[in-house]
Design a binder for this molecule. Structure first.
Ligand code: NAP
Ligand code: GDD
Length: 364
């Protein structure tokens, strides 16, 4: 039987790397679009890229950019994909306030370029769009599902809402098999270092090993529905295996504050924090130090009881914030048989263990 061919944008990102592993595991031929960069940007897929049994046999990389229409048309013609996963994005919400136009160019018009290339070339393919819980923004109901009205709160959210609707429009107008995955936050040891979970697990590792003294955060009260990224990437694939194209929410159904994530990260390394002060003056201090499996002897911990290890820096606040996200993925459970397995505590443990060992090994 002929191998299925997938084309992935954003293959060098967190989700792109996991999705590639999943598709290779299902015997797909995978084509990925990578951006030209002045330094290496394939770190997350190097284990595949450096494998001579995989590179240019099962996995093919092509230079490209979702802001370049002719490049996308050419790559679609050349690779003739059965499935396209559009994961490329300027994906940082705070950064989108600094570069709103570029964010729209990539996240909104980039999606249109792809859909239009499919229409123009006339190839029969299935299209997955990386939509987001950021569409719910200032939430109109709790929890959020496929029917919850949207209220985006950032240039990123506004750009992604265009992507969401243009997928639906092309599906209805031209009968394309195109789906939106409305995914809530999903994290992993491969998460970019400036997203809050990874920023916390890296910083806490560095603080305990004496490489940095404090972790500076923005809004500690923001609540997110955080899941484990590889499980969400499996959900993307499941959406494209359905008979009919539909949109799905993927979420864990639990929500936690940034403060809780921070507390638990320290706790995994044997540190109990206490919080003092309010809002911008809030600080996290070390209350107790215990032995723990990851660190071993507590003498290996550099900071002392009473040290301030977390502070608020309002430079990390957003002009408009999404206060709470919590998703209901009952539809995905019913129709895709998809649900999360990794609980919040396990996710924190996976991430802190990975970062602690990395900092210990590399020394930074
Ligand atoms: P990520 O780690 O930031 O990866 C983004 C990817 O897009 C990278 O490969 C990046 O390339 C690529 N990219 C950026 N601009 C591009 C351009 N102009 N042309 C081509 N490629 C470009 O993001 P992620 O966490 O894997 O998320 C994947 C997708 O899901 C994104 O669309 C994101 O908005 C969406 N999403 C993510 C979450 C989440 O919690 N992770 C939740 C909902 C939706 P470089 O490596 O060269 O920078
Ligand atoms: N990044 C960051 N850095 N966020 C902080 C910080 C900080 O120092 N301090 C507090 N936060 C708060 C943010 O204000 C936000 O409320 C929350 O932590 C999560 O921020 P991020 O990890 O940057 O993720 P996000 O929720 O804004 O966006 C991510 O999830 C979306 C899905 O809901 C990204 O992956 C988006 O691409 C994705 O669409």
């Amino acid at each position: 039987m002929k191998k299925k061919i997938a084309l992935i944008t954003g293959i060098t990102g967190q989700d792109g790397s996991y999705l590639t592993e999943i598709l290779l595991g299902k015997d797909y031929e995978v084509h990925g679009i990578i951006r030209r960069s002045s330094s290496f940007n394939t770190g997350r897929i190097d284990h595949l890229y450096n494998n001579p049994d995989i590179l240019n046999k099962k996995l093919f990389l092509h230079y490209g950019d979702v802001t370049d229409t002719s490049n996308l048309n050419r790559l679609i013609e050349k690779t003739q994909p059965d499935e396209i996963y559009n994961l490329a994005a300027q994906s940082h919400v705070k950064v989108s306030f600094e570069i709103p136009e570029y964010t729209a160019e990539v996240d909104a018009i980039g999606t249109l370029r792809f859909l239009d290339a499919i229409r123009e070339t006339g190839i029969r393919t299935k299209f997955y769009q990386a939509s987001t819980s950021e569409l719910f923004g200032k939430v109109q109901e709790i929890p959020q599902d496929e029917k919850t009205p949207f209220y985006p709160r950032s240039p990123y959210g506004a750009a992604k809402i265009y992507g969401y609707w243009i997928v639906i429009n092309y599906r209805e107008a031209y009968n394309l098999f195109a789906c939106n995955g409305i995914l809530f936050n999903h994290e992993s040891p491969r998460r970019g270092e400036t997203f809050v979970t990874r920023k916390i697990t890296r910083a806490v590792s560095r603080i305990l090993l004496g490489k940095q003294s404090k972790l500076y955060l923005g809004n500690l009260n923001a609540k997110r529905d955080w899941g484990y990224a590889p499980e969400f990437c499996e959900g993307m694939w499941l959406m494209l295996q359905q008979k009919n194209p539909e949109d799905f929410v993927l979420a864990t159904g639990e929500t936690h504050t940034v403060r809780e994530f921070t507390d638990l990260t320290f706790k995994e390394l044997g540190i109990e924090l206490e919080w003092k002060g309010k809002e911008q003056d809030e600080k996290g201090l070390i209350k107790k130090i215990s032995e723990c499996a990851i660190v071993g002897d507590k003498k290996n911990i550099i900071p002392k009881i009473g040290d301030v290890v977390v502070e608020v820096d309002k430079g990390y606040y957003r002009p408009t914030e999404v206060d709470i996200l919590i998703g209901n993925s009952a539809k995905a459970k019913e129709k895709l048989g998809w649900q999360t397995k990794t609980k919040f505590n396990e996710l924190v443990k996976i991430m802190i263990e990975s970062d602690y060992r990395k900092v210990l090994k590399r020394g930074y």
